[in-house]
Design a protein around this ligand. Structure first.
Ligand SMILES: *Cc1c(COP(=O)(O)O)cnc(C)c1O
Length: 836
């Protein structure tokens, strides 16, 4: 404790280097005994976790301040990444890894008789997202910090994140996820930087002294947006960026006026209404929510973020916005925050009196839009009537943007009124609607898809008219995942083995993992590679046993499909194949049978009937198989409840075969596919999303490809006759026969009829029956290969070696080179001294 007395004497302010040099054990002790007031190790590890998180946070805060100071003293362009979802998972181990503190932490914990693994398990996942889109945002933040790019994430601090899933008799049960219950030690509130966000009210027109007409949005009901900052550490580079999450609160005068009127309960009720905005994450993945509260969330995030950034601009440069586009980019993660286009216009027009053309020039050279889906049901459209009531001034601005845009359309396609209707930001009909994706395209200088096929389908399908008008706006940015969380952290044994083989530079330059390729046939590497996989599989065996009671066997082939449950992702096709394997076992067709464990995991949106029914079918089939002693040596099936980031950290290192079996043209990219590949899984998949690029990178010899191709789809759908396909396929007939006999629903006749009907429907969008036979064939190839462990291991190594381009570092470099063009943060010496 000597340092502290010295410090007090010298009256030096606490600075980055002081914290860095202070003893981690002492800091942990201080937080445990004083900050938290504990004096013995709580059995739950909870307080030890909290004390450790605060100890690590001190170090992050110091670096975050230095990063901020750098930004403020040497003004550079910066990016605001706007996303309604950030699926962060746990933070502790990631921070320890990126700050390189593992040895010190391990040492400090020995005083408490504890180990990092147990302490880390006390952290609750930050589940502020549904699935791939939210996890992508989290991987991007890690890569931005690692590449030293000045990028700030902006999102919502939902009180309740993604629901917790449990199973009751095979049914999904949703429980609220009150993740903040035990506090969130990583965040720091900054109430002094709160913003006011307007809702309702009406628009008034006034003339200024020069006779110029202006509009004001008045009589509004304002809500306070309070920022909470979460530090985002780069990998061993001293950069710590920020994720700023907004919480909604009532403004003070809300209460005042009501109090004065003597209506205390009404005042409290209004307060609750304001706080509702950030209460809960909408649990729909890849489908529209359509609820007023969701539009409020979108506007709340967009408005608070833009006001925050503009307030800082005005403080620094005054009301001259001329150079604003040289210093700011707003990247919109899907259509969700696209109202930001109209909101930036509103701020510039109404709050700072810019004229339309100037405001539009600034807006349309700072906004950039990422599209994430081709599914029509996911394209957001908001009723004009709702806009009119909730955001009247924004609707006016959208109308004006549209009027000017449609003039351009008319110039480009003279006399083509149908084209104007097709491209209008307002969809006509009995209930006119605002097309949010179109607003985003018209208002952005960059529009990108998230995999090569997806971007191609956007430019020659969904957005082809816009592509004709502005081809230069469109570009592709194939998704990626961070190799820190998805290899170094989640698979330390494989990471160490790779280090031994090729050194450790791959962690921050993942293209270097390609050096493993040369060693794909090294027999001693094979042995170690197999041992690592076996150990990882044993950890998954334990997890599955604990959570489901099902006994997996680590010597069997681990066949895994974990992702949101959705018809387009085709968990149904997978379970039909499981039934096919079961039929083979029942019929004694065991020649060449490779024993396998099939794992499913994923949440269904609470209102998505077919997805929930699919979960029930999986569980009923699993029960039948797991309780049949004849099947036991050959086949085991489990549905792991509550799939989330932390579960995936145990699952992907243990997987042999990664199921990426969506209907071609439906999965924009996928990122689960990349996590599995990095960890040495082989993929069985369709030519959809990033699977195409994965198969090209690793070669089709090392990938189990099946199913219809994108260019065949129109033709297939025209003449689609699944009943004929079933009749002509002995395997599929047999599977449908067992399913339709009620074998899996003896006490509940007709339970699965809706699923059966969907397979047999000529309009089945998902083409389940069409792809079944080729899927079975690809599964047979995989099973046969698995029996030759040496051949399998070669391909496993080749998959990891070829996964270099699926790092989100590569993705973010491309965003920066092609879209953002911001400078990496370089701490200069003077700065270092200032902080010391
Ligand atoms: C990676 C990830 C996803 C995305 O998986 P896809 O297979 O790409 O749909 C969803 N949820 C979690 C928890 C993830 O880690």
């Amino acid at each position: 404790m000597n340092k502290k007395t010295n410090l007090a004497k010298k009256k030096t302010p606490i600075s980055a280097s002081v914290i860095e040099n202070s003893d981690l054990s002492e800091d942990l002790y201080r937080h445990f005994y004083y900050t938290l007031g504990r004096d013995q190790v709580n059995k739950s590890q909870r307080y030890l976790y909290q004390a450790l998180a605060l100890t690590i946070r001190d170090r992050l805060v110091a670096k975050c301040r230095a990063t901020n100071q750098h930004r403020e003293t040497t003004p550079h362009k910066q990016v605001a990444y706007l996303s309604l979802e950030f699926l962060m998972g746990r933070a502790l181990n990631n921070a320890i890894l990126n700050l390189d503190l593992a040895p010190q932490v391990t040492q400090a914990l020995t005083h408490y008789g504890s180990e990092l693994e147990q302490v880390a398990a006390a952290e609750h996942d930050a589940g502020l997202g549904n699935g791939g889109l939210g996890r992508l945002a989290a991987c991007f933040l890690d890569s931005c910090a690692t590449l030293k790019l000045p990028v700030v994430g902006y999102g919502l601090r939902y009180e309740y994140g993604m629901f917790n899933q449990s199973l009751e008799q095979g049914r999904q049960i949703e429980q609220p996820d009150h993740w903040l219950h035990e506090g969130h030690p990583w965040e720091i509130a900054a109430p002094e930087q709160s913003q006011r966000v307007k809702f309702f009210g009406h628009v008034e027109v006034y003339k200024d002294k020069n006779g110029r007409e202006h509009r004001v949005w008045v009589n509004t009901q304002d809500v306070l947006a309070v920022p909470y900052d979460v530090p985002i550490p780069g990998y061993r580079n001293d950069v710590v960026n920020r994720l700023r999450l907004w919480k909604s609160e009532a403004t003070e005068e809300f209460d005042l006026s009501e109090f004065n009127a003597g209506s205390y309960p009404e005042a409290v009720a209004k307060k609750n209404q304001a706080e509702q905005i950030t209460m809960v994450l909408y649990p729909n993945d890849a489908s529209e929510n359509g609820k007023e509260l969701r539009l409020r969330q979108q506007y709340f995030l967009s408005s608070a973020t833009l006001q925050d950034i503009i307030a800082k601009w005005v403080k620094q440069y005054g009301e001259d916005f001329h150079n604003f586009p040289k210093f700011h980019v707003f990247q919109l993660n899907d259509t969700h925050p696209s109202i930001a286009v109209a909101e930036l216009m509103r701020i510039l027009l109404d709050d700072y009196q810019l004229d339309w053309d100037k405001a539009w020039q600034i807006t349309s050279s700072t906004m950039a839009y990422t599209n994430h889906t081709l599914l029509p049901e996911a394209l957001e459209k908001w009723p004009v009537r709702l806009f009119e009531r909730l955001l009247p001034r924004l609707l006016e601005i959208i109308y004006e943007i549209n009027a000017r845009f449609l003039q351009q359309v008319a110039t480009c396609w003279p006399g083509d009124t149908q084209k104007q209707r097709d491209m209008s930001l307002i969809e006509e009909g009995p209930e006119p609607k605002v097309r949010m994706a179109y607003l985003a395209i018209v208002g952005s200088y960059s529009v990108n898809g998230v995999a090569a096929l997806h971007t191609e389908l956007l430019t020659n399908g969904l957005f082809k008219d816009f592509y004709a008008l502005w081809p230069e706006r469109f570009n592709n940015k194939t998704n990626g995942v961070t190799p820190r969380r998805w290899l170094s952290h989640c698979n330390p044994k494989l990471a160490n083995l790779i280090n031994q083989q090729i050194g450790d530079e791959w962690v921050s330059d993942f293209s270097k993992v390609n050096a493993l390729r040369a060693k794909f046939d090294n027999k001693s590497l094979h042995k170690q590679w197999q041992q690592v996989k076996l150990d990882n599989k044993q950890a998954l065996v334990d997890l599955v046993k604990r959570e489901t009671g099902v006994e997996f066997d680590a010597t069997m082939l681990f066949d895994v499909q974990v992702k949101r449950i959705h018809e387009y992702k085709r968990q149904l096709l997978n379970i039909l194949h499981v039934i096919h394997l079961y039929e083979r076992i029942r019929e004694g067709e065991l020649e060449g049978f490779t024993p396998r464990c099939v794992l499913f995991g994923g949440k269904a949106a609470p209102g998505y009937f077919m997805a929930k029914l699919t979960i029930r079918l999986i569980n009923h089939v699993a029960d039948a198989i797991n309780n049949d002693p004849v099947a036991k040596p050959y086949l085991r099936v489990a549905f792991l409840p509550n799939y989330n980031v932390t579960a995936m950290e145990t699952i992907c290192p243990a997987t042999d075969l990664s199921e990426q079996i969506s209907t071609t043209g439906k999965e924009a990219s996928g990122t689960g596919n990349m996590k599995f590949m990095m960890n040495g899984a082989l993929t069985i998949g369709t030519l959809d999303g990033a699977n195409i690029e994965i198969s090209e990178a690793v070669g089709l010899d090392n990938f189990f490809l099946f199913g219809a191709k994108a260019e065949q789809l129109t033709q297939i759908r025209e003449h689609y006759n699944p009943n004929e396909i079933i009749a002509n396929s002995p395997n599929l007939s047999r599977v449908m026969g067992l399913l339709e006999s009620g074998h899996f629903n003896l006490f509940d006749p007709d339970l699965f009829q809706p699923l059966i009907n969907s397979i047999r429907d000529n309009h089945d969008q998902w083409l389940t029956a069409y792809d079944f036979d080729s899927y079975v064939k690809a599964q047979e190839d995989a099973a046969a290969l698995y029996q030759d462990q040496s051949a399998w291991t070669q391909k496993s190594i080749l998959n990891t070696a070829a996964s270099g381009m699926f790092s989100s570092d590569r993705t973010i470099s491309q965003y920066n080179n092609d879209i953002w063009q911001v400078q990496a943060i370089e701490f200069n010496k003077a700065q270092g001294e200032r902080n010391a």
